[in-house]
Design a protein around this ligand. Structure first.
Ligand SMILES: [Zn+2]
Length: 454
């Protein structure tokens, strides 16, 4: 039995009054964020003149100052839960922390800018509650939140309600958020899970997220991209034309923009849903899932859009697999960033010097293999896990060293919850490197060995 933190998210159906309250709370969070940022900037300037002046940099410091001045700067503060202001200040403290951490880092990582003021209507709005009445109602179609009261949910809360009734889940906090249209509530829940460690599953699968498909498995299975329907495309075209005609700054332009944003966010949710279903299936069905490592910091900024989407999918796949494998007692291996999964021949191991992005078919110069580019890559990934075990058994262990250093370019959040580790030398009965099932750790396979060995 392991305890994990899991998010349960439900779309809400608030009444007009409730929407107003939701907006008000998110606005309060934004107000506190902006107030705190202005104060931090002032103090930073003041420190230029006087080295002894302090800057409120952490959440407790920001909160202390806020409580001193809230009566003057926001006499209406009592209209919203105090947690609204707190969550804004917390977001600011987090942004400041990651900024200073990125500055202090010796290795080049993701670029982190200094926090910027939030503008109403730009970017997602959210507000988090950690205390007070937070619960899922027994009718499974309502949730209760502090100050906001009982709000109807758009979908059934069955999955969470059932766990709470069985005593295997406890709600820690709730975040309400809105990007384009629907309001969501996301519960952070402490869940007890019983990972199924020996479940008669298939051994290894390699996964490559592609441009033309959502993913290709080493088994040859192709998971298609969720296709936007004809009506979706028609709507998109119409709204884009409409937006172009609207006068900048007009109310009608704002309406069109909101409609367009809603359409885009829907496409995003559909894609996310597909990724969720795929990763759940993989984590349940296979012992080891091998994915590619993406060098996030090294990625070019102006890439073709399709490539950018595929990279995002890959990163999301890895993130989802990272925690889902913990739930189901399987493991994720991440290939070394330099592993040429696309350029290597999955039949003979020949590595091409060059492979254009447009080449859909992999044709091996050495053995004549012809295979779909993404399938070839997925097979290489699967072989990487299988091969490293075999190599190590041939007393070539040190070559198969697994990097335990955190990839410098990796986004911090992406690696949170699982760390890379050095594998103990096998021998495992399946010829796989030994790992620790159910710990949710991700293993990076160094490829030097496989490259030489293939
Ligand atoms: Zn070949």
């Amino acid at each position: 039995m392991t305890t994990v933190h899991q998010a349960f998210r439900f779309a809400l159906d608030p009444t007009p009054t409730q929407s107003r309250h939701l907006r008000s709370h998110c606005g309060a969070a934004r107000f506190a964020f902006n107030w705190g940022l202005a104060r931090v900037k002032d103090r930073l300037d003041a420190r230029q003149a006087d080295e002894n002046s302090t800057v409120p940099w952490t959440l407790p410091a920001l909160r202390r100052e806020w409580n001193h001045v809230k009566q003057q700067v926001a006499p209406w503060w009592a209209e919203n839960s105090k947690e609204a202001y707190s969550s804004g200040l917390e977001a600011l403290a987090r942004a400041l922390r990651s900024w200073s951490r990125a500055r202090a880092a010796t290795t080049p990582g993701r670029r982190v800018g200094f926090p910027r003021f939030k503008r109403k209507g730009r970017g997602p709005e959210s507000c988090r509650f950690t205390t007070g009445p937070i619960r899922v109602e027994p009718d499974r179609h309502h949730v209760t939140l502090p100050r906001l009261g009982t709000i109807r949910t758009h979908e059934s809360t069955r999955k969470l309600a059932r766990r709470i009734e069985h005593g295997t889940a406890r709600i820690l906090s709730a975040t309400v958020s809105c990007r384009a249209d629907p309001w969501f509530v996301s519960f952070t829940v402490e869940v007890e899970r019983n990972p199924n460690v020996n479940g008669g599953r298939d051994a290894v699968v390699g996964v490559d997220a592609g441009v033309h498909h959502l993913a290709v498995l080493s088994t040859g299975e192709i998971i298609e991209n969720p296709r936007p329907g004809q009506s979706h495309l028609r709507k998109l075209k119409r709204l884009n034309r409409e937006l172009a005609r609207r006068r900048p700054g007009s109310r009608r332009r704002a309406v069109t923009r909101r409609r367009l944003a809603r359409l885009h966010s829907r496409a995003k949710y559909v894609r996310q849903d597909h990724l969720h279903k795929l990763t759940t299936r993989l984590a349940k069905q296979y012992d080891v899932v091998v994915v590619e490592q993406l060098n996030v910091a090294g990625m070019l900024r102006n890439r073709p859009l399709a490539r950018a989407v595929a990279d995002t999918s890959m990163a999301e796949l890895r993130r989802l697999l990272g925690y889902k494998t913990t739930w189901y007692g399987s493991r994720v291996f991440v290939a070394d960033p330099w592993f040429p999964s696309s350029k290597t021949c999955s039949a003979c191991g020949h590595v091409k010097a060059k492979l254009g992005l447009a080449e859909r078919l992999y044709v091996c110069d050495s053995c004549g293999l012809k295979a779909d580019r993404d399938l070839n890559a997925a097979r290489n990934l699967a072989q990487l896990a299988a091969g490293s075990g075999a190599e190590a058994q041939n007393a070539r262990g040190p070559d198969v060293s697994l990097s335990h250093a955190e990839q410098s370019g990796q986004k911090r959040e992406a690696s949170a919850g699982y760390s890379q580790m050095r594998l103990a030398p096998p021998p495992s009965n399946r010829g796989l490197p030994e790992s620790f099932p159910g710990t949710g750790r991700v293993t990076v396979l160094r490829l030097m060995a496989s490259q030489g060995g293939l």
